[in-house]
Ligand binder design. Sequence first.
Ligand code: GAP
Length: 550
Amino acid sequence: MTQIKDMKDIVALCKRRGFIFAASDIYGGINGFWDFGPLGTELKNNLRDRWWKDMVLCPPIGPDGTPVEIVGVDSAIIQNPKCWEASGHVGGFNDPMVDCKESKKRYRADHLIVYLPKSYDPEMDGALLFPCFDKDETPEDVEKRLKKLNLRSDISQYEVISFVDIKTWAYTNPNDDYGISHPKNYCEQYKIDELVRIPDSHKILRDRIIGPDTKTVGTLGEPRMFNMMFHSYAGAAAGEENKVYLRPETCAGIFLNFKNVVDSSRVKVPFGIAQIGKAFRNEVTPRNFIFRSREFEQMELEWFCEEKDVPMWFDFWVEQRKRFWESVGVPLNKLHFLDVPKEELAHYSSRTIDFEYQFPFSGEGYDELEGIAHRGNFDLTQHQEFSKTKLEYMDPQDPKNRYLPHVIEPSSGLTRGVLALLSEAYTVDDSRPSGVYMNFTPEMAPKKAAILPLTAKDDHVPLAQKLYLELREEFVVDLDIKQNIGKRYARQDEIGTPYCFTIDNDTINDQTVTVRERNTMAQERIHMDKVKEFLHEKMRAGASALKKAA
Ligand code: GAP
């Protein structure tokens, strides 16, 4: 039976047990920013380290039977601003947003939908109200709010249209990505041609729309394009000439260093450059816990290959990435692979497959976890042109053959990956005192084992300390001394520790300890000297079972 997981419960556990906190919690938080607590940091590092191992330290075996070649970089977050002009971010990294003057909230205009009564006739029904909702709102919540607004609550009576499709302003530019219409003076100022007059019948719409968080009509402003890059000023003067940007994706630092890496190491096409690090996007509506935040981490590989080999490498990386997610505890049946329709592709991509996961807030649907894109040689071409530096790769077999390699990019969110692990691991179990346990794989679990002296007195504690000092050299382990043993098991269940070793009177007599397994709660006794080997074996067994499954 599929278990219904509530995001609120997961968020509460994350705070209660120290996985993730709101940034600036004591000041009431700051929208779109999160801090990782002691356990969240371990979990994130485990996912990060595993990605780095699979990509850089121990990369996969390629189609020719030899390991592929990948090196890592760690580039600056702030780069020369020309880099973002070349990449298209200064001109094009925009989202349409709309402000509500009553709730003071800002929304992604393309995430808002308006409910129009099916019987609506623009010429006749000038007094009707048009409630507006976030596209992710559940039908139950929509109905509840319709009732509160004293409107017909049967949603089958409504037609749903996107907010940006409602042409409510006087003029519109037909070439606008989002079909956003602008007031006349805006169009004149920005010299937008081909203005289209909006039919008068549509003008009533704007004034009749009720924003998502208000009860009154006409509080939503005009949609405006909004650049998502955070900016600052480097140096003492805060002028345009010193304006710099926080990177919105980590891959740019890879492209900027393509030539440096080729010149300084022995890599030959095909090869990859990997990077893990922070990225920043001034998201209009950060939401769903760490799913869409304004500061987050990415794990990106840029795989440089010849154009003719693109289809082979694209398929290769899709398969590798499936294995990765499965092996860290995200089963394939929870993923959906979306071949992104041509009209929705990013400007640089001719093909992208999105790996989507069914997060607790996704309902019946899925939300993006990773994208694998064919970026062509867009980035190297742009940077070559803007920097006036030759970035062509020289074929070592044929120095006359110089070219800009094509790129396959598996790009995933590290923080979003952590959310997938947390969501997947969260397991309700009413039969145990904690009521829930976190079913992390042993490799991802923040703590691999807990050492629990049965009582805080007698000789249990020194023996527990001895075992702890031995184990911590090789594993991340917890020594937990106080409280009754049931409460301590409950705590370890909630933080997802796969094994607990309990020291009791028998340990003093025969040096055996009780091992409790998290998922089954089964207990067995083993000799203290065998604990390290036991843990190694369990970690190995977990890894090889997953390898076989792949
Ligand atoms: N270099 C390509 C690129 O950045 P993207 O689809 O914009 O592509 C890649 O981002 C991944 O980064 C996404 O699949 C997602 O996991 C993560 N990501 C993007 N925006 C994010 C945000 N605001 N918060 C958390 N993760 C985000």
